[in-house]
Ligand binder design. Structure first.
Ligand SMILES: Cc1cc2nc3c(=O)[nH]c(=O)nc-3n(C[C@H](O)[C@H](O)[C@H](O)COP(=O)(O)O)c2cc1C
Length: 303
């Protein structure tokens, strides 16, 4: 199991020691052209979490490659780049640019930002175009929509190597005068409120695909990380918690160790998938529940 940061939740160049406390540093989403992002106010605290509407502010792929990436390399932490866009070609072109960068270990396709007006087309098409543009490991980052398992299957069929689950869900906070706190109105909700939603998405996708999952969404303790592993994540990412507790990486790792030891797991990897009533060590990924059967069960549960 690796501990990562969630994209957009850590500026490794201003907090290098935080990045070094993790096994992988994931960049803020990079788009082909530079973006200023949305107007302020872009962040608000809310019950059980945080709302953001940053709007993918970033320097654009060329400045990222020329100026940011060389500085990130000096951290000595494996780098994953989060790639975003508004059409299939955006993703394909950034992936082929990054294919030339040996210092980038993997690419995460942000297919799920709630804070921009133009959303990418069909997930399968985006993943297929990115797959054709790079040999690097490709993770598809999805939002926890009702059809997340179907979307995950489409990403798998199109050549994704893994899933990052989950991005934020839409939320709204109103101030005293009953106006939206965020300039954009609606934002993305992250933090503890997202935890059961993230768990459900990881659980569903673990049963629906054979892809490894980076689980995230409201992790604040080792117990939270363990639950994501049990639901089926093989790696865990920390997001909102890093704003309040930059030392969360070390603390959560220690808490996870204690949780694992208390339950007799020799290693974190042995806990993966245990919520499915399977032994994570001997799990035959091909013998998972058939997709149709699972979907049927899901529909009943929703009622
Ligand atoms: C301020 C902020 C900025 C974010 N920026 C991005 C981003 O650029 N790309 C992305 O894929 N996810 C972004 N996210 C979503 C996180 O990566 C993560 O999926 C989400 O916050 C859930 O994890 P958490 O509850 O631990 O924060 C952002 C989240 C926050 C709070």
């Amino acid at each position: 199991m690796r501990l990562l940061n969630a994209s957009g939740c850590l500026d490794a160049l201003t907090a290098p020691e935080v990045a070094r406390s993790l096994d992988v540093f994931v960049t803020k989403t990079v788009t082909p052209l530079p973006r200023e992002g949305n107007e302020a106010v872009r962040i608000a605290e809310t019950e059980g979490g945080m709302l953001n509407a940053i709007g993918l502010a970033n320097p654009g792929i060329e400045r990222f490659r020329g100026e940011v990436l060389p500085r990130l390399v000096t951290l000595g932490v494996p780098i994953w780049v989060s790639v975003g866009g508004f059409c299939v070609e955006d993703y394909a072109s950034s992936c082929s640019t990054l294919e030339e960068c040996d210092e980038v270990e993997a690419l995460e396709l942000n297919l799920s930002c709630p804070n921009v007006d133009e959303v990418p087309e069909n997930v399968g098409e985006v993943v297929a175009a990115a797959r054709a543009a790079t040999t690097k490991p490709l993770y598809a980052k999805l939002s926890p929509a009702a059809d997340v398992a179907d979307t995950a299957r489409a990403a798998e069929a199109a050549g994704a190597d893994g899933l990052s689950l989950v991005n934020t869900v839409k939320g709204l906070a109103l101030e005293d005068a009953l106006q939206p706190v965020l300039a954009r109105g609606i934002g993305g909700l992250s933090g503890p409120a997202l935890r059961p939603i993230a768990l459900a998405a990881v659980y569903a996708c673990f049963r629906a695909t054979a892809l490894p999952v980076v689980g995230m969404g409201g992790v604040t303790t080792g117990r939270d990380a363990l639950e994501l592993l049990a639901a089926g994540a093989s790696d865990v990412a920390l997001g909102t918690v890093l704003f309040a507790d930059p030392g969360a990486g070390g603390r959560i790792r220690a808490e996870l160790e204690a949780e694992l030891a208390a339950r007799g797991f020799a290693a974190a990897d042995n806990a993966v998938g245990t919520a499915h009533g399977l032994d994570g060590r001997t799990l035959d990924r091909k013998s998972r529940v058939a997709p149709k059967k699972y979907l049927h069960t899901g529909a009943n549960m929703a009622g």
